[in-house]
Write a protein that binds this ligand. Structure first.
Ligand code: IPM
Ligand code: MG
Length: 357
């Protein structure tokens, strides 16, 4: 049976990294005897320049009809002065909302080979393996009312942090089920000492825990969680948290690994899964074939695992990446004694490495 993969390269290095990831998908398709059909559609600033909107209807419809979506990155300085409603970032939020991708999985795993790349001490980070599960379609990102208006003669800006019990329950389930498949430990992060919405969060997570007695649950306030992530990251296994806290903590967790260019993500929950590297569009190096394609290639691994039910393909890709970085490095992870390669070369080395396992 053929599967329809939509690729939205987006802006900046998004085009370069998705091109390499596509080659890996084509190789894996042959290896696993799958028929993959690819459709490429514009998104973000590139789509705005072409059509006047960052998420054209044609792109949205293609995504809705896909079996899985691979996204590069969106954004760039030339679009930063646009109105909020047409900024490249809007396309991402629009896709998440429209496709009901409420569960964002962001693994932050340190590769033994890259321990020295972290700004933290090797003994603090060596072996760290954290899965951040971020609620992605609710909370302060989507809550109403929001805006900027004049009150008492001055401008007032406001957003609303709102969570319903059902929204918390479904993401909590993802948290417990993910923890079950990992080491069985779940940390729920909130600010229940100050914010009512997250007091409800804590109560509902506690309640869902009754269905997963084999998982060890603890609750942490977000400020403490930020501190603990830097102080002793290995105490964490799976973290489940709100949209905005997850945005912040997943960046912090990414830096523990020292190499944001290596981190993939999956956004799940609706009919179609969306996969993308955690890094951004890196306008400073765009178009120069310098970007690290590994985060996008690892996102393809997650795509095989979660959307095509091919866990083995994900494991192979992870292994191939691990083997490749023993020798070859893009600029962002370059180290003494390694061979410096560009984006395309790195993609080719991953495929060669796949051929050997
Ligand atoms: C992310 C990004 C996005 C977010 C932006 C680009 C809208 O920071 O995916 O983490 O805040 O969710
Ligand atoms: Mg972010």
């Amino acid at each position: 049976m053929s599967k329809n993969i939509v690729i939205t390269p987006g802006d900046g290095i998004g085009k370069e990294v998705t091109a390499q990831a596509r080659k890996v998908m084509e190789y894996m398709a042959k290896r696993f005897k799958l028929v993959l059909e690819f459709t490429e559609v514009p998104i973000g600033g590139t789509a705005y320049d072409l059509t006047g909107t960052p998420l054209p209807d044609e792109t949205l419809q293609a995504c809705k009809a896909a079996d899985a979506i691979l996204l590069g990155a969106v954004g760039g300085p030339q679009w930063e002065t646009l109105d909020y409603s047409v900024r490249p970032e809007r396309a991402l939020l629009g896709l998440r909302g429209e496709l009901q991708l409420y569960a964002n999985l962001r693994p932050a795993q340190i590769y033994g080979e890259l321990v020295g790349a972290s700004t933290l001490k090797p003994e603090v980070v060596d072996g760290a393996d954290i899965m951040v599960i971020r609620e992605l379609t609710g909370g302060i990102y989507f809550g109403q009312p929001k805006g900027v208006e004049i009150r008492n003669g001055e401008r007032v800006g406001f957003n609303t942090l709102v969570y319903s019990e059902s929204e918390i329950r479904r993401i909590a389930k993802v948290g417990f089920e993910t923890a079950q498949k990992r080491s069985g430990r779940l940390t729920s992060v909130d600010k229940a000492n100050v914010l009512e919405a997250t007091e409800l969060w804590r109560n509902v997570v506690q309640d869902v825990h009754n269905d997963y007695p084999d998982v060890e649950l603890n609750h942490m306030y977000v400020d403490n969680a930020a501190m603990q992530l830097i102080r002793a990251p290995k105490q964490f296994d799976t973290i489940v948290t709100t949209n905005m806290f997850g945005d912040i903590l997943s960046d912090a967790a990414a830096m523990i690994t020292g190499s944001i260019g290596m981190l993939p993500s999956a956004s799940l929950g609706g009919k179609v899964g969306l996969y993308e590297p955690v890094h951004g569009s890196a306008p400073d190096i765009a178009g120069q074939n310098l970007a690290n394609p590994l985060a996008t290639i690892l996102s393809v691994g997650m795509l095989f695992r979660y959307s095509l039910d091919l866990r083995e393909a994900d494991e192979l890709i992870q292994k191939a990446v691990e083997n490749t970085i023993k020798i070859y490095r893009t600029a962002d992870i370059m180290a003494e004694g390694k061979t410096s390669v560009d984006c395309q070369w790195m993609g080719e080395e991953v495929i060669k490495s796949l051929e050997q396992i």
